[in-house]
Design a protein around this ligand. Sequence first.
Ligand code: FAD
Ligand code: NAI
Length: 467
Amino acid sequence: MASYDLVIIGTGPGGYVCAIRAAQLGMKVAVVEKESTFGGTCLNIGCIPSKALLQASERFEEVTHMLPKMGIGVGKPKLDLATMMKFKSDGVDGNVKGVSFLFKKNKIEPYQGTGRIAGPGKVEVKGADGKTQTLETKNIVIATGSDVTRLKGVDIDEKRIVSSTGALTLEKVPEKMLVIGAGVIGLELGSVWRRLGAQVTVVEFLDRIIPGMDGEVAKSFQRILEKQGVTFKLGAKVTGVDTSGKKLKAQVEPAAGGKAETIEADVVLVAIGRVPYTDGLGLKEAGVELDPRGRVKTDGHFATNVKGIYAIGDVIAGPMLAHKAEDEGVAIAEILAGQAGHTNYDVIPSVIYTFPEVSSVGKTEEELKQAGVVYNVGKFPFTANARTKVNQTTDGFVKILADAKTDRVLGVHIIGAEAGEMIHEAAVAMEFGGAAEDIARTCHAHPTRSEAVKEAALAVAKRSIHM
Ligand code: FAD
Ligand code: NAI
């Protein structure tokens, strides 16, 4: 029987990063993956393919809306969706192969098949041919990720009624797309198909979009998306979709119940969240406890209630983000090596890769108010930033929330082009316990969009220069 220091079930960003860090620290490591490629949701059907389509569709739209302003006339863009999809698949392929390369480089042994915990220190791997083998190990890390949340009355066939997975592989641009859920997936993939020509309507249960993000940013984001042509139906729910005709007919009701209306669509995208994936893992038999939301319960240091079994990533509590899973992968590998592995949940950036982008790190104003924290706000609009003015991408602003007594940065929220790249200086400042004044006194290159971060930091002390 093959024997290891660590067997990791799942090779998403949590699992593969954990494997590499553990191998660096001298452990003998195996990974088990049920799909034919490594990289999990993120690389195969999540972050990477969605960003490829966002990138390509943004360029497509730029040809009509931006390039003529710059004196570049290339006429009406022609969509070759099959080639765009190949661009996406090539990007996925490159990333997935990168993980295989890193496994080889770090002498990590991969097993293709479904992993099941067969007892303390034992993982059974069932291959596609039905054959099983058992691996012996000192420690097990569960990194099995998450799956799509289903909606009663709306059966996903991945052709006309799709989850994010089907929305990444549509064969033609739908005339009308109905998106259920104004969260990250709905707005990113809704943006892709709107840019390529679909009329997009988003039905959201709550009375706001992107719950969890700063409320002021969400309002501004909604206005910008509406200007781009997205229609929102907030405080509403889809109760069923009639698939019998050529067009889909969705029944939409007010969230609190009431008169229903019918919305026709060619494609319905269900994007109402994701649920932890623990199917077939043998957790019940192994005695591993789940929390009330079906996530593997851990002690805050990734240990489950069963000795030698740990869990990370989407399958445990916390934001379902690739970089959160990666950080946890590193932390548990270091803990198993006797080091002080740690994930700082107060400083996990999050980005929505639309145009403009939305990024945030730390607390929102709503969270600070609820916690009774007294804070100062520094805000700077991109309309006053030299680089965005010259590039004519002035939508949005930077907002910094700092403790009123200590000036410590508690949260930073950005809406604007390239906001996803700009958030990291705030994350570094927060990781070092920095104050708004620290950012304000740091020299920023001119002309850059990042100067808006410095100006927002200056605005915390009401001394912004360019406003
Ligand atoms: P996963 O990536 O889900 O990997 C789990 C792996 O475990 C899978 O490969 C699965 O096949 C395997 N597995 C499960 N059970 C078994 C078993 N019993 N045996 C063997 N293998 C098993 N996050 C971001 O940070 N940025 C983004 O831009 C972003 N975009 C996204 C876009 C979409 C459309 C989606 C759906 C998600 C996106 N996410 C994004 C979220 C991100 O993909 C997840 O947070 C991340 O993949 C979680 O990593 P993980 O390692 O926990 O699990
Ligand atoms: P989400 O949690 O971001 O948004 C789901 C939305 O659906 C919420 O606004 C919710 O109120 C709404 N909703 C729930 N039930 C509903 C119903 N019955 N009818 C109408 N609306 C309903 O989930 P989403 O967009 O599916 O994404 C899943 C996860 O994937 C997220 O947690 C996110 O962290 C991750 N992700 C991250 C990305 C990024 O970092 N850029 C990109 C895509 C996904």
